[in-house]
Write a protein of this length. Structure first.
Length: 240
């Protein structure tokens, strides 16, 4: 299987690199660390860096952290907070900023398995303190993931994700954004997930970030206490 997957990954990276030379394919980079304190309680920290062209014209970064609690095997509650910084187009971190924001967000995730297929619904409310005043935003994401490959050491090594997310506000025009993601995840170890993907983002008359097509690369690292049992982390949809 590795002999098949590795060439696919190389071809995918090369194709995106070639395409980026003629289009405005941006980059979307994710680093996520999660500490599983118990089977139900965990803490996480994440940083993201984005560019409007292929590793050029960096315009956005964020860092955030939070706490997650699994109230049921199919229901998870999250409370997160972070800093979100958006710069103008035309170069790397061009001033003045489009948006300087602190955000607080509670979140609820429902999941359901049908055979190997997992369906996930995520509801998030965002309380946004920006340099243009206070805003509310509400997000709904529907995602499907499918793990495959020979299970080893209590995890499945490969996973395909597809998700679509809608963004709304309580003010006209109410609809703000649509975000579509296709991703492939590889777990070389139980604690490590590597991700590559394609993300399309459409924005409607908002100025805090520009909608584009992005090449996604992510690194997710889980830390487990000795007292934690087998996790279902290999089934989670990996993106924020």
């Amino acid at each position: 299987m590795r002999q098949v997957v590795l060439p696919i990954i190389i071809i995918f990276l090369w194709t995106n690199r070639t395409a980026a030379q003629t289009t405005d394919l941006g980059s979307w980079n994710i680093l996520n660390v999660k500490y599983n304190y118990t089977d139900n309680l965990s803490f996480f920290g994440e940083a993201q860096l984005r560019s409007l062209k292929y590793y050029s014209n960096f315009h956005y970064y964020e860092y955030k952290g939070g706490i997650e609690y699994k109230v049921h095997k199919n229901v998870k509650l999250t409370l997160g907070a972070g800093s979100y910084q958006t710069y103008k187009e035309g170069g790397d971190f061009v001033l003045p900023k489009n948006n300087d924001e602190f955000r607080l967000w509670p979140q609820l995730i429902f999941s359901q398995s049908i055979g190997k297929l997992k369906i996930e619904q995520r509801y998030r409310a965002e309380f946004r303190f920006t340099n243009n005043g206070y805003r509310n935003r509400f997000r709904y994401r529907l995602g499907v993931s499918y793990p495959f490959g020979k299970e080893k050491n209590e995890f499945t090594p490969f996973q395909i994700n597809v998700s679509n997310e809608l963004f709304f506000t309580n003010k006209e025009p109410y609809f703000e954004r649509n975000r579509l993601l296709f991703a492939f995840n590889y777990k070389p170890l139980k604690s490590t997930t590597l991700q590559i993907g394609y993300l399309h983002q459409f924005d409607y008359k908002i100025n805090d970030e520009t909608g584009r097509d992005f090449f996604v690369i992510g690194f997710y690292y889980d830390i487990f206490r000795e007292s934690t049992s087998k996790q279902e982390n290999d089934l989670e949809i990996k993106t924020n």
